[in-house]
Design a protein around this ligand. Structure first.
Ligand code: ZN
Ligand code: ZN
Length: 355
């Protein structure tokens, strides 16, 4: 944690700031270790302060020993922060413009300190994962792999999408996940054509392709995978679409390594899908970083300017979505290395059938 504070201070100094105010739960956790989002942290050149209320003081002392604890009530928070800024003679303070309400910003802006947007720089600090962070991600994904294997043994035709989600969350929790990375996506038959289908009362039936997109969390770190399976049997046209998505995914995975652009990796999958005649049916980006949040920098997409570096995370998740019919998506989550990647996902990719 001390090293993260030093890196934050260095980034602040480079931007001409003498303090950084953190207001989002993930960034507070990243620099201080504190796991509740009911807090604010201020890092100046000399001090690290965690502001929280009575409910969390014991937790704060345990989780954030490097931070001075300032117990506040909601109505005293802004005064305590202003005092700390004055005590440290701060003039320019970075803040998270992506995690502040307009009302809060108006209160901060009334202080005799210039508040400077700093969300992008903080996101940049978090892009390269440490070995400990990668280990947490690896554990989260290994639970997800085990959960998916168990899920396929548990579910059957006739179950609703929501029941599949309930099984998935239950199995993941029993296997050790702290909680789902996000509300799992289970899209059966035509619902699979909606990339972010909200699971409903539709029952799995013979001939369906079913898209399952989910993740587990460990130490606050999020895994992310998608598999598409069939119910009893699927027709040859569906198999062909599945094979195209799988080939696109494998080509893109093979392209991942340090130095390649997010746009280039995206193009590998996109060009292949287009060459097979389904270009207009792959309407989203190829992938994203993941970590303390499910979607982080970098991005692999047509509009990405990111260059992959060792230690970055990236998902590779091409899909083909045929409205009124079905969808196919296959997603692995990877860590970029000098010469390639470590694929954290171990679940098989051949088209499996449930009964
Ligand atoms: Zn996903
Ligand atoms: Zn994803």
């Amino acid at each position: 944690m001390k090293r993260r504070v030093e890196r934050l201070r260095a980034a602040a100094a480079e931007a001409g700031l003498d303090a950084v105010l953190l207001t989002s739960g993930v960034n507070i956790r990243y620099v201080s270790g504190f796991t509740s989002s009911d807090a604010v942290t201020l890092v100046t050149e000399r001090e690290c302060i965690l502001f929280t209320d009575f409910r969390y003081t014991i937790q704060a002392k345990e989780q954030s020993p490097d931070f001075a604890l300032c117990e506040i009530r909601p109505e005293t928070l802004r005064d305590r922060i202003q005092e700390a800024l004055a005590r440290n003679r701060c003039r320019r303070c970075g803040f998270e413009q992506l995690h502040m309400t307009v009302a809060e910003f108006q209160e901060y802006r009334a202080m005799p300190v210039e508040f400077v947007p700093f969300s992008d720089e903080i996101a940049r600090l978090r892009r390269i994962k440490t070995p400990e962070e990668i280990e947490s991600l690896r554990k989260a994904q290994s639970i997800a792999d085990a959960a998916y294997e168990k899920l396929l043994q548990t579910i059957h035709s006739g179950m609703t999408e929501r029941q599949v989600v309930a099984e998935l969350n239950y199995i993941s929790g029993i296997l050790g996940s702290e909680g789902p990375s996000f509300d799992p996506i289970v899209g059966s038959g035509p619902n699979g054509a909606m990339c972010h289908a909200v699971p409903g009362e539709r029952r799995l039936q013979r001939g369906d392709l079913v898209v399952v997109d989910f993740g587990c969390t460990i130490d606050g770190y999020h895994s992310d995978m998608t598999r598409t399976f069939g119910v009893i049997e699927v027709d040859d046209a569906a198999r062909r679409v599945y094979d195209i998505v799988l080939e696109a995914q494998q080509r893109a995975l093979a392209a991942v390594k340090a130095g390649i652009g997010g746009r280039e990796v995206d193009a590998v999958a996109r060009d292949y899908i287009a060459s097979q005649g389904y270009g207009e049916h792959f309407g989203h980006g190829l992938g994203h970083g993941f970590g303390l949040e499910i979607h982080e920098a970098p991005r692999a997409a047509m509009t990405s300017h990111d260059i992959l570096e060792p230690g970055m995370t990236i998902t590779i998740e091409p899909g083909i979505y045929l409205e009124g019919n079905y969808g196919v998506r296959i997603e692995d989550c990877c860590v970029v290395t000098e010469n390639g990647k470590i694929n954290l996902v171990g679940s098989p990719k051949e088209l499996l059938m449930i009964s």
